[in-house]
Design a protein. Structure first.
Ligand SMILES: Cc1ncc(COP(=O)(O)O)c(C=O)c1O
Length: 380
């Protein structure tokens, strides 16, 4: 029996326990402390040194705080990429605001700047005011068309939140994803580029914004000796134990990125001769994806089998894959939301599959996966 190959497993450097042990030895078993400070500094250095990072309990919490800092409140509209994981959009509803979903373009699979422009103009006509924020996602690690999106947002004075949960280490025109918008968010969930078991970070443009994020993430406690509260806060700060895992992971982040990119190259070589299968690769050099997950589209007209038939075949052979994200405008929970669609994300959802990726997937695994893809399409 061959070992099962999983989609994207956590991979440790071996240094994590040193930081955790130090936290226990010094009794910093709380949601603040030297590992939290150290992890934030290491992330800031990695991101290029001109941003301020607040370590939080999840990427979802980071999106929520970004919306709060952007001043999003009840009945405001927030434009959100439709082709994404639910967590990109959920915090809009936490704030009592309304999502306006915008479909993707073909090159990067991320927010279409053309549809974004149309959405903003039509929402201004319909409501008399521009949306309060834009949540753009670098899905599967592929950078979105940030130049165009930022220039549209600046024209209307709209805050941009970059959801870089899947894109730590991806570069757009040489800039780190998460540092180009007004705010960026990162996720350190178990399957991401690095993990803290569960966790996230808000990337802020100034120390003042970071301090606000920390304030709201620690129950908005005012600086009094007693507990004084003048605003509603949240319990979103990262624990010093989780941050210890994060510091251990930072020592191996570059290797993780290199390995994800290596898997993309190997898939690209091996899938080159497979008719009807297209690997999603960067449309130009300026999109330096981290290839968090490698993704393919299946053309049933050519392969004779659809995405679900391939997924079930691979599953039976001990290979975990997953359909691409189901767009938010197709999700029952968002059925009443306004959406600007062009058919791109629906087609991607219909035809697309995520393949095992990351440091726990070996070259041999990739040979086995591609071999099984070929076998699936060669049998009736
Ligand atoms: C695109 C995207 N946004 C947001 C999140 C939320 O991050 P977290 O799971 O850390 O809350 C995730 C991952 O889980 C994600 O993939």
């Amino acid at each position: 029996m061959k070992d099962r190959i999983y989609l994207c497993l956590a991979h440790m450097s071996g240094r994590e326990m040193d930081y955790i042990k130090e936290a226990f030895d010094t009794n910093w078993v709380v949601p603040l402390g030297p590992n939290v400070d150290g992890f934030e500094k290491e992330l800031e250095a990695f991101l290029g040194g001109d941003r301020y990072v607040s370590a939080l309990s999840s990427g979802t919490a980071a999106i929520h705080l970004a919306l709060l800092l952007a001043g999003v409140g009840v009945d405001d509209e927030v434009v959100c990429q439709s082709f994404t994981f639910a967590a990109s959009a959920n915090p809009i509803l936490y704030q009592g605001a309304k999502p306006v979903f915008v479909d993707s373009e073909e090159d990067t699979w991320n927010m279409s700047p053309r549809l974004l422009q149309q959405a903003i103009e039509e929402r201004i006509d319909a409501t008399g005011r521009a949306p309060k924020a834009i949540i753009v996602v670098h899905l599967y690690g592929m950078p979105a068309k940030m130049d165009e999106i930022m220039s549209i947002a600046r024209n209307y004075g709209i805050t941009v939140i970059e959801d870089a949960a899947e894109a730590l280490g991806s570069l757009y025109n040489g800039a780190q994803c998460g540092t180009m918008g007004d705010y960026g968010i990162l996720s350190f969930n178990g399957n991401k580029m690095i993990t803290t078991s569960g966790g996230g970070a808000l990337v802020c443009p100034s120390m003042q914004q970071k301090q606000k994020a920390v304030f709201y993430s620690t129950q908005a406690r005012e600086p009094f000796p007693h507990y004084q509260h003048e605003q509603i806060g949240y319990n979103y700060r990262m624990s010093n134990i989780c941050a210890g895992i994060g510091r251990g992971q930072m020592t191996i982040l570059d290797e993780h990125i290199a390995w994800h990119r290596h898997t993309a190259e190997l898939y690209s070589q091996l899938l080159a001769g497979v008719d009807g299968v297209t690997l999603h690769i960067a449309p130009a050099d300026k999109y330096a994806s981290n290839y968090w997950l490698n993704t393919i589209l299946i053309d049933k007209e050519i392969t004779g089998k659809d995405r679900e038939q391939l997924r079930l075949h691979l599953d039976a052979e001990g290979i975990e894959t997953r359909p691409l994200w189901k767009p938010m405008h197709l999700q029952p929970v968002h059925s009443s939301a306004v959406a600007y669609v062009n058919g791109v994300s629906e087609r991607l959802f219909d035809k697309g599959l995520c393949l095992p990726s990351g440091p726990c997937v070996s070259d041999d695994d990739i040979y086995r996966i591609v071999g099984e893809i070929k076998r699936c399409f060669s049998t009736k």
